[in-house]
Ligand binder design. Structure first.
Ligand SMILES: Cc1ncc(COP(=O)(O)O)c(C=O)c1O
Length: 395
């Protein structure tokens, strides 16, 4: 038997496995499931972006290695222009920006580029698992920042022990947030920048959902805070904002030392994204719109949140992300409730405990719903949950 590195033993067990098994069983039995599971846009990438890819792919120049220092220059110029337009922050494309093969790749490699064994990594709980898993594999010690409802699912920085802060090298934030759907006010970013400057910590904001927002709400960027460039890096992505999850393209903006460290690691691992994809993304950054898709997501959000609230919940409409974070009725854990939803209502949701212990007590319902045209599948999910009596006060 081939032995794997002991590093891989640091990867926690896959907590979504049981639900994946139940889903496969239900589909095998021919059941009709409303899938509110994975956060992957069900709508296609806008046609003009696909056309831009097709024409870029016909240019033989894009077929070769991208030998640029930090990513295709047309791409970096376009995303820096967009960042300035959307967030009012000027970024130097030559020193403060980096092309990524999706933001997940960049977030994962950042942990490896920054953390040494024994360093502290300050991670939210619940959270997208990439911060935790890669910090652990890099040998860091995790110190968790609970995201609790009473704090609006924002971390309480004053609760971080001084000893942990002194040993910390990275503090991870993710706003707009997966899985809670919470958004941050600029105040959190101001406090976090101050905290990280005081303790010489790299502040990371994963802003993969920064441009998936509704009702005219504009998400703040951590780089809007004065002095943030001294201590912060922010990750953005085309995946969610333009229905481009399969294309694998994203970018980081921020502190030049952090960008250089990440680039140094990456240039010894990957050879950048296919330049035709980078060119199509540059086109998207400057000229494309995904308003129709976002409007459909907003419509589903209203149907789901208002529907659940009519069944006895009291859930705010998230202003950004694809996610509705639903407290489970009394008597259930997130796992038993997700299993009951699947079994008794044919509705697939993700148990919150998969994102960390503080996610227990919740399930995540995603507004990217395969087969839904205008909210009818979401309405069907609400109807089934009500009919099955899987509602607050029913246990
Ligand atoms: C919070 C968060 N960050 C990053 C990512 C990764 O996105 P990308 O497709 O850019 O790698 C995801 C994907 O689900 C996510 O939920």
């Amino acid at each position: 038997m081939i032995r794997h590195s002991s590093r891989l033993d640091a990867i926690p067990p896959y907590l979504f496995g049981e639900i994946a098994r139940l889903k496969a069983e239900a589909l095998q039995a021919g059941r009709d499931l409303v899938d509110l599971g994975i956060g992957d846009p069900d709508q296609p990438t806008p046609a003009d972006i696909v056309d831009a890819l097709a024409s870029a792919a016909r240019d033989p120049e894009t077929h070769r290695y991208d030998e640029s220092p930090a990513g295709d220059s047309a791409f970096l110029d376009a995303v820096c222009r967009r960042f300035e337009r959307e967030f009012g922050v000027t970024v130097d494309a030559g020193a403060q920006a980096l092309e990524l093969i999706g933001s997940k790749e960049g977030l994962a490699h950042l942990a490896w580029a920054i953390l040494d064994p024994g360093d502290v990594s300050l991670v939210p709980n619940p959270a997208y698992t990439v911060y935790r898993v890669n910090s652990l594999m890099a040998g860091a010690e995790l110190v968790e920042m609970p995201l609790l409802q009473r704090n609006g699912f924002l971390p309480d920085l004053t609760a971080i022990p001084t000893d942990a802060a002194k040993r910390a090298r990275i503090l991870w934030l993710n706003y707009p947030n997966n899985p809670t759907g919470a958004t941050a006010e600029p105040r959190l970013f101001e406090d976090a920048v101050r905290f990280c400057r005081d303790y010489d910590i790299l502040l990371v904001n994963d802003a993969a959902y920064a441009e998936v927002s509704f009702d005219g709400y504009r998400c703040p960027s951590v780089l809007q805070v004065a002095g943030a460039m001294d201590t912060a890096i922010e990750f953005h992505s085309f995946s969610k904002m333009f229905n481009m999850t399969g294309w694998r393209i994203g970018m980081a903006f921020g502190n030049p030392d952090a960008v250089t460290a990440l680039n140094k690691l990456k240039s010894n691992i990957d050879s950048k994204q296919f330049r035709a994809i980078a060119h199509a993304a540059a086109y998207a950054a400057d000229r494309a719109s995904n308003a129709a898709s976002l409007d459909l997501v907003r419509r589903r959000r209203d149907i789901l949140v208002d529907g659940l609230n009519s069944l006895g919940w009291n859930i705010p409409r998230p202003r950004a992300t694809f996610y509705v974070w639903v407290p489970v009725p009394e008597g259930y854990t997130s796992m038993t409730y997700a299993a009951a939803l699947l079994d008794r209502a044919g509705v697939l949701a993700i148990p919150g405990v998969g994102y960390g212990a503080h996610g227990d007590g919740y399930v995540r319902m995603s507004l990217t719903v395969p087969g839904d045209r205008k909210g009818e599948r979401v309405a069907e999910a609400v109807r089934r949950i009500g009919e099955a009596g899987l509602t607050p006060g029913s246990s």
